[in-house]
Ligand binder design. Sequence first.
Ligand SMILES: [Fe+2]
Length: 203
Amino acid sequence: MIMVKNIFINIQVVSNVHYVNLDTVTKDLNPKLEEFIRNKGDEMERKTNVKADMTHYQTVCEPFEELHKIIMPYVGQFFCLQAKNPDTEIFLPEFFETWGAIYRKGDYTDRHVHEPSKLSWIYYVKASPQSAPLHLHQIINEKGERETFQIPPKTSDLVIFPSWTPHSVPTQESDEERICVAGNVNLPLDKDKSQKYYDMFKK
Ligand SMILES: [Fe+2]
């Protein structure tokens, strides 16, 4: 195989991040999500970037399926909202990886990206004002300087961001648990499927 040259260039791009609180529709689901994730324990044995109890990356279960159904419209509209055309365009998200995690005091996640996935999401099952925030890195401020943007987690918040966005979680300092579900999705450009899905959620 011919050797590939790797050129590393720092470029400034727009990383659109959406967040929404879903408490009115997920408050009954949160205890089920919590119970499931707690019962799974630490399946990944801290061998990933997540240094907290974590389920397998491709976990399939009823509570996660229920969550997918609720968050589908928000994930599906991500790029459409960016195009300022939310009413006429929507993508059908394919939830190909979903996992859960419980952070306790001293737990953290190293900086990483989710490529080759295109779009990623985090949903907070349980969080408090003392919970460790989500850090988004390499954000360029108005002065052109690089800084870390912090998003404090709140129970029932859904955060959606492009998978190439570098992110991490600093050490959880609080005794309280910080519980989340996260995942990666594909957005296939299948207009027929998307229309069926959009009709389903319009009802
Ligand atoms: Fe991540």
